[in-house]
Design a protein around this ligand. Sequence first.
Ligand SMILES: NC(=O)c1ccc[n+]([C@@H]2O[C@H](COP(=O)([O-])OP(=O)(O)OC[C@H]3O[C@@H](n4cnc5c(N)ncnc54)[C@H](O)[C@@H]3O)[C@@H](O)[C@H]2O)c1
Ligand SMILES: [Zn+2]
Length: 364
Amino acid sequence: MSLQKIAVDNYTVFVGNTCWNELSEMVNSDNYSSARFFVLVDEHTLAHCWPILANAVPQLQNAEIIEINSGESEKNLDICYQLWKVLDELEADRHSVMIQLGGGVIGDMGGFVAATFKRGIRFIQLPTTLLAQVDASVGGKTGVDFEHKKNQVGVFANPDAVFIAPQFLDSLTDDQLRSGSAEMFKHALVADPAYWEVMCHADLRNAKQAAKLITRSVEIKRDIVTADPHENGWRKLLNFGHTIGHAFETMALESDGAPLQHGDAVAAGMICETYLSQKLNGLPKEDMEQVCHFLAERFPAIAFEDINVHRLLELMRSDKKNSGGRVNFTFLEKIGKGSVNHTAENNAIVEALYYYRELVSTTA
Ligand SMILES: NC(=O)c1ccc[n+]([C@@H]2O[C@H](COP(=O)([O-])OP(=O)(O)OC[C@H]3O[C@@H](n4cnc5c(N)ncnc54)[C@H](O)[C@@H]3O)[C@@H](O)[C@H]2O)c1
Ligand SMILES: [Zn+2]
């Protein structure tokens, strides 16, 4: 598939392995003639992605490489301080450009550091995980975690451009790829029935298919966020699966076990919220069964005991997306059509959790 160009606000998202031509043109353009480039990486993207970039865009071989350690725990203000300090020591100026070469952690934190250094320098996003390509790369949210709260400090800031090269996915594990795909299933379920059908049979290891599917996800996210840039209503469509998914994610963090992958938690959340959509929002039963069985087969089961249910409800209630003590849900009306600002009684939520547990026990 040839290169795809998706216009978002005042910048373009390029999707395809030939996007390097556009990036080369961009860094050689008059706009960047006095620019110095600072490429933010972690140890994994330095090893796997920087060689690809340096080879494809030789002009960047002289860029300053700034390396941080990988991991969500690095996405904090202490690391931002170090990054601002490095930029200052290297005498980055208002003409400088930061290039974020990494997953959502690099993208969110690098974007925030760029957007605030000297009241904002230009930056370019080169997302290298599927999650970052289909989700974090669009919407202008940048920031870091603070006092154990996710994304608590940040700003909305747009990059100059986003370049999505599916070839970066080659070095991701199957688990990472599956986790990122959950957001694509979510895009399909809330906005595009034909895309759901395609996603159900997709092979994301095939670069051509991946480019096409990533493009569709980026378009859907673009359409949703441009209709509601500051999350007043419509953008809540993107929360589908996340109300219950976040509760699973936090519960895993509170226990001693391995942390859950975000997408796996969201997939479990989507099963529960699809069940609620049928019970409370008129989603046809056959749609519900199709979605729930598919996701249960595709994503790993998350175990919980009866004793955990109360904690899960508490976590949903304390989610930052709620107001006035009610749990806010995004439901489906049918496959490919979501609707926002719903609520559910505790007993219905508990029923959904038990439905999930029963379903995954028979699917395994
Ligand atoms: N800004 C937004 O709108 C938005 C949306 C969704 C998620 N996020 C944020 O994104 C973050 C999660 O992103 P993530 O899942 O990409 O995690 P991540 O950035 O931590 O990357 C996951 C791991 O993959 C490694 N990696 C990255 N690219 C690789 C490649 N091509 N090959 C091999 N390894 C590679 C990284 O080094 C890291 O170890 C969270 O902090 C979340 O808050 C932001
Ligand atoms: Zn998500």
